[in-house]
Design a protein around this ligand. Structure first.
Ligand SMILES: Nc1ncnc2c1ncn2[C@@H]1O[C@H](COP(=O)(O)OP(=O)(O)OP(=O)(O)O)[C@@H](O)[C@H]1O
Ligand SMILES: Cc1ncc(CO)c(N)n1
Length: 271
């Protein structure tokens, strides 16, 4: 089983390409990569960004796809409209499931997607997307609406589906309350996944890790719904098993799921 991640490098190892390949490896999937940008980053913040040219990004993707039987692809930090267009150009020639984590802002507040790239994301990439995994602020940017309630989440999810996305997972990590709830919508279905919210500041790379786990499970042949639920187990165990490294927002524990044998309760609500 082979998966490809198209994302930025996090020198701190907790997010981006590094989180993705660690997650793939833990789930028994061979990880390949196409790097959109290099960040000089640690748990305290993003200190610099070095862009890769769209042509060289495309060369990386083409090299991987020409040689490997890639079963699922994910995107993370794409940074610019030109990079998004390069990814879309390749993806429209493929029939491989695509998970788009619409990364916009790092936990420390630094921009990981230029403002003028949002239109390209919406018009070029989302129509090619199998599963899109926005957090609440990202869903607000994509839809242009404020999200303050469960009914707002439903309206936003339907707007995102109308852009051509097959499944949308609106992640509740940024909300408050006893549980961390993610809502999944598709054309004719819905469910929510609920796990206890962990009181921790070590949430660097949660979104990358979650979307990489979805991608790995798709590559292994799980259905979309089963892949999303299994990924929730992966991220819940990764957040709730402390590593306690770094001085800021520390990384999650990518070893935890395998060590726990994937044993983690996720409550599913279908109405
Ligand atoms: N404190 C927490 N306790 C339990 N689950 C959490 C917590 N924070 C986030 N999650 C879960 O982690 C996953 C990623 O959600 P989150 O909203 O943090 O993504 P994100 O903001 O895109 O992350 P990133 O920092 O990588 O950008 C979701 O399944 C969410 O419910
Ligand atoms: C490279 C990279 N991608 C994504 C994120 C979001 O967590 C980050 N902080 N850094």
């Amino acid at each position: 089983m082979i998966a490809l991640t198209i994302a930025g490098s996090d020198s701190g190892g907790g997010a981006g390409i590094q989180a993705d390949t660690k997650t793939f490896q833990e789930l028994g999937v061979f990880g390949t990569t196409a790097i959109t940008s290099l960040t000089a980053q640690n748990t305290l913040g993003v200190h610099g960004i070095f862009e890769v040219s769209p042509a060289f990004l495309k060369q990386q993707i083409d090299s991987v796809l020409a040689d490997f039987n890639v079963r699922a692809i994910k995107t993370g930090m794409l940074y610019s409209a030109e990079i998004i267009e390069a990814v879309a150009d390749v993806m429209k020639m493929q029939d491989i499931p695509l998970v788009v984590d619409p990364v916009m802002i790092a936990k420390g507040g630094e921009g990981l997607l230029k403002e003028d790239a949002v239109t390209a994301l919406i018009t070029k990439l989302l129509p090619l997307t199998t599963i899109c995994t926005p957090n609440i602020p990202e869903a607000e940017v994509i839809t242009g609406m404020a999200i303050n309630s469960e009914s707002d989440i439903e309206v936003a999810a339907k707007k995102i589906l109308a852009l051509g996305v097959q499944y949308v997972v609106i992640k509740g990590g940024h909300l408050h309350g006893e549980f961390s709830v993610d809502a999944i919508y598709w054309e004719d279905g819905y469910f929510a996944m609920k796990t206890p919210r962990v009181q921790t500041k070590d949430t660097h790379g949660t979104g990358c890790t979650f979307s990489a786990a979805i991608t790995a499970h798709l590559a292994k042949g799980l259905s979309v719904e089963a892949a999303i639920i299994e990924a929730k187990r992966f991220i819940q165990l990764a957040i709730s098993t402390p590593l306690s490294i770094g001085n800021g927002h520390g990384p999650t524990n990518h070893f935890a799921y395998k060590r726990a044998g994937g044993n983690c309760e996720v409550a599913i609500h279908e109405s």
